[in-house]
Design a protein around this ligand. Sequence first.
Ligand code: ZN
Length: 399
Amino acid sequence: MSGLVAPPSDDMSERRRRAVTAMLRAAYAWSARQARPEAMREVARMTGFVMEAHGPGSGPVTPLALVDALRRPLGELPILGSTDSSDDGLRDAVLLEPDGVGGDRLSAPALDLLCEHVVPLDAEADGQGWLPSWTRMTADRIRARAFAAMAGPKDQRLYETSRKFLIEHPAGRLQELQIGVSETGARMMPGGYRPIPESSLYRTRDDGAWWWPCPDCRWPMAVTRDQVQCRYRPHSTVFRAAERRGAKSPELTRVDEGPAVKTPVALSAVGSGCVGQGVWRFIVVPGASELRIAAQLERLGADVEMWPELDAYDLHVTIGGTEFRLDVKEYRSPHRLITDLRARPPRAQVAVLLPRTHGHQAEAVATALPRIEVLTEQRLLRKVRRIKKTIEERKDGDR
Ligand SMILES: [Zn+2]
């Protein structure tokens, strides 16, 4: 006989998703509890959702047990530990990390997961407006709002200029940004540049505040005591900051062993600005890959049009009579990517392009969605190189 109260969903993957959302919301609330006294109510409410997802007899049952679980890898939750899914980073993610002054703060993986994993819980819990607005807005809405401002007169060239400018200049000295805007004629989005967030500032002994742009995306890297790293984990370079005697500004030393990058120079927070976190995460982060791939293709002799037909897709590539229409997809979670592609498949003749950091997702996507063409950055470059070689051989033959 079934119980009187049916659980909201019997579907295991739906229950896992609800548990992850509730954990993320609880982590956010806990990290914000100094400023927002009602945060503990949200933590308690979210404990209810995590318990409901687990069913009786497993998982954390009190708010404090939940907070404790937020400080450990998500995979230790019974509901996520039992899954054999290889959902990138989800099981290893720790949502709260020490803030260095005896409290907790939201970790970089938590911020990242917020973008892709938040699902509605129920009308009452969702009506509270708890999460920062950019995590509640979908990527599409953030992009649509920014791009509407850039492409006011439906002018493709102005649109491309403005979007490129935004991706290449997500942060910097306000005076230089101003000059760049007027020289390129780029349109800025509403909201424009704001002060550098506190969590990206390094304070020196003389009370100076400094920040560093990420070598990959140029947005301010997160500063945790003396460790400096982009919040977007695929941008994986890690630095250590130090104040050197006699130096005007603090300096970074590389501490990881990834591929060589130029070490960023510290910029003063005074007179600097950056775009908001939502715009960074949903426009600048994927845009940095799009521009990098486009530059590589152009070096190989291809013609590349960015975001043609006012963003019908991302890249239109032509070389020697061959055309590629590509939509660059950069998701942390292959499951989210597949779900989104299933809901909104690319237009006819547009292939999905996975950047080099995400090439490992190709097989999962191709298996789940055999009708969608999936290319990795490496495969695309191989194809274009081969075409270039054929063209050169033909030219040599004609001589
Ligand atoms: Zn970055």
